[in-house]
Design a protein around this ligand. Structure first.
Ligand code: PLP
Length: 429
């Protein structure tokens, strides 16, 4: 499911009328559906039921404390990429013993903090980092649990900015160099305990084939590391893609999973059915690190149309959200459906660019798209904005960050208040 649909001509999130929220809290406004987040988490958890596993939510996709708390209460683990994310997880009631720490550039302060909190594993991306981790752990007199990220050199067939599993990407250690590194860790790094193996080949994967290819390629290595070094887990990463294009209906996981295999290259059911049999016989604990899949379709960004500007070549709908609020279209050609809160009375469409107020030509949400002819004063929803939305927002152009609302049934809660002008200059001289 996802929690967004028209009821009596108005777009709702679960049982809450989005127009009411826009009026009450202003725009731009992020709104998340708790039911959708939980549904996605449970679907993936169920799909992996056949193997000892843990779903470690990738915090970077949406790190609001209330979102983290929802998932912590469900028993999720967390994949973090900074000390700040670990701090958030702890504040939200998450358990550090279920946190894995990824990223190519961890600082000393971050390593010390994570060691003190007792995280499950450092997912290390180079020999240099592993040696540094050994050194810092030694100074603290503790043993650091670690896994190395293997770069399996498979093509994820996704946008080049979010592909991570090819040799030319900065991520991970070359497949062929892994076994030697685990040997050196055992021989030369007394403050490291090699606890697992990790990989993550990219984001927004919409086909099962690259996952199968990577799992088949790396499984023998995982088996060998288990036998020689006693590793206990293999994290196969995140990256499950979501549906960005299409009607309101086709954005729902329920609809997607009801389609035939040819029409739906990747679903949780398919993911589990293809991967669980390939993973089960290894006898390892399998971690998955989904971010976008859990929260992407669970959020929208509401924005109000300020003006319609008819240029010589184009018509621009100017809205009050900008690339500082949602950067995906500018950063990697991300697509967001644009849906008026008031259900259009006809199928009539106009060809427009929807743009924000920022002083950049890259500040657009769509170009030359056929949309219902919404007018100044109308509010629209930028769909599928729950992942890599608010977390990438900035104060560029000195615009205060938008508020975030969490909807649960007929209840809506402000889970982050809108920044004020004073917040904007807080800490400056
Ligand atoms: C970003 C990231 C994820 C999550 O990716 P999604 O595409 O959002 O599922 C998981 N693991 C690692 C190491 C990451 O960097």
């Amino acid at each position: 499911m996802h929690g967004f649909s028209y009821k009596n001509g108005s777009l709702y999130c679960e049982d809450v009328d989005l127009a009411t929220l826009a009026t009450e809290y202003g725009t731009p406004l992020y709104v998340y559906s708790a039911g959708t987040i939980l549904d996605h988490y449970r679907r993936l958890d169920a799909a992996l039921a056949g193997v000892n596993h843990e779903v470690a939510y990738a915090v970077k996709a949406n790190s609001n404390l209330s979102v983290l708390r929802l998932l912590a209460n469900e028993g999720a683990g967390f994949d973090i990429v900074s000390g700040g994310e670990l701090y958030r997880v702890i504040k939200a009631g998450g358990d550090p013993a279920h946190c894995t720490f990824a990223g190519v550039g961890k600082t000393r302060d971050e390593i010390v903090y994570a060691l003190e909190q007792g995280i499950y594993s450092f997912n290390v991306e180079s020999e240099e980092e592993l040696r540094y981790l050994n050194e810092v752990a030694g100074e603290l007199g503790v043993i650091a649990p670690a896994a190395v990220r293997v770069n399996p050199n498979v093509d994820a067939h996704t946008h080049k900015y979010i592909s991570t599993g090819k040799s030319e990407n900065k991520f991970g250690v070359d497949f062929g160099a892994i076994a030697g590194l685990y040997e050196r860790a055992a021989a030369e790094m007394p403050n490291i305990r090699m606890r697992g193996l990790q990989m993550h080949i990219g984001s927004q994967l919409t086909s099962i084939a690259p996952f199968i290819e990577a799992v088949e390629k790396v499984a023998p290595l995982a088996r060998e590391l288990k036998e020689r070094h006693g590793i206990e887990f293999w994290s196969i990463g995140g990256g499950i893609g979501i549906i960005y294009k299409g009607s309101l209906e086709s954005g729902s996981v329920e609809w997607w999973e009801s389609q035939t295999d040819e029409e739906r290259p990747l679903t949780t059911v398919r993911y589990g059915a293809e991967l669980v049999p390939r993973l089960k016989e290894l006898g390892l604990k399998i971690l998955v690190e989904p971010g976008r899949f859990i929260v992407g379709n669970a959020g929208v960004l509401l924005t109000r149309c300020l003006f319609e500007k008819k240029g010589a070549a184009k018509t621009f709908k100017i809205v009050d959200a900008g690339m500082n609020d949602l950067i995906r279209p500018a950063l990697y050609e991300g697509h967001h459906e644009i849906v008026p809160l008031k259900q259009p009375a006809t199928d009539a469409r106009v060809t427009v660019d929807v743009v924000g107020p920022i002083c950049e030509s890259g500040d657009f949400f769509c170009q030359n798209r056929e949309l219902p002819d919404f007018q100044p004063g109308d509010t629209v929803a930028l769909m599928s904005a729950g992942a890599y939305g608010f977390v990438m927002a900035s104060n560029y152009n000195s615009r205060p960050l938008p508020a975030e609302i969490l909807v649960e049934g007929s209840t809506s809660t402000v889970v982050r208040k809108r920044q004020s002008l004073d917040d904007l200059i807080d800490g400056e001289l």
